[in-house]
Design a protein around this ligand. Structure first.
Ligand SMILES: [Zn+2]
Length: 230
């Protein structure tokens, strides 16, 4: 569920035991891809959340470090290998352009975000709607545009997607709440199956942009809470 909190191992188990060593995993699931993002100040890529929390702009990834290429940050990111097979950048780029050319529906992408070392949160399902190359200070990099959509699109992907925008909880809010609630359910102190809960749900007018409206609950207390609301 969106806004669930995991350790790295739990996150991998959730994705069918695939070890998510790579940040970009095109076509990892049967009908979706997976990307990992990090907005820490020392993160290797410049990912950002825009439009008040409904869009992620995700930077493509560097070529692997090799003997010939000891500093991947100094060379252009590549869409294909020297042998001509598409890199992860190339696969996502092609999917975005095929979507724009109406040759296919948008690729669905599950996004996980690192909020602290070893602590990850699920940002939900996004549609890959655009990709371009741009120049950073010294070289060309790939950029990808991901628009937030409902988790339910993954289970009924034959239906046209109704883009009822939801909001991503900003990274700084999650970090702040994690620290304040000490990484535990505020009701019972459990450290398992945690979730960032909106005190007042977004659908009922609650804001996700301040730590005041976000708290950590375990699965049991989160389910108990939604029973009370219905
Ligand atoms: Zn609890």
């Amino acid at each position: 569920m969106t806004d669930d909190i995991f350790s790295f191992n739990e996150m991998c188990r959730r994705e069918n035991d695939v070890v998510l060593q790579r940040g970009m995993n095109f076509g990892l699931g049967k009908n979706y891809s997976v990307i990992l993002m990090s907005r820490a100040s020392n993160a290797p890529y410049r990912d950002r959340i825009e439009d008040g929390g409904i869009t992620i702009i995700y930077e493509g990834h560097d070529m692997p470090r090799t003997k010939e290429n000891s500093n991947p940050k100094s060379i252009d990111q590549q869409g294909s290998t020297p042998k001509g097979t598409l890199t992860q950048n190339g696969k996502f780029y092609k999917a975005a352009h095929d979507y724009k050319a109406k040759k296919r529906p948008a690729e669905l992408v599950k996004v996980y975000e690192k909020i602290r070392p070893g602590i990850w949160t699920y940002n939900g399902v996004f549609k890959l709607t655009d990709s371009w190359k741009e120049k950073d200070d010294t070289r060309n990099v790939f950029m990808f545009k991901l628009e937030a959509t409902e988790d339910s699109v993954l289970t009924n992907s034959n239906n046209p997607i109704d883009l009822k925008h939801r909001r991503i909880i900003p990274t700084w809010v999650k970090r702040e709440v994690w620290k304040r609630d000490k990484g535990k359910c505020i009701k019972c102190g459990s450290t398992n199956n945690l979730h960032f809960d909106h005190v007042i749900p977004f659908s009922k007018g609650g804001a996700s942009i301040t730590p005041d409206n976000v708290q950590i609950l375990c699965a049991r207390h989160n389910i108990g809470k939604s029973d009370n609301i219905e």
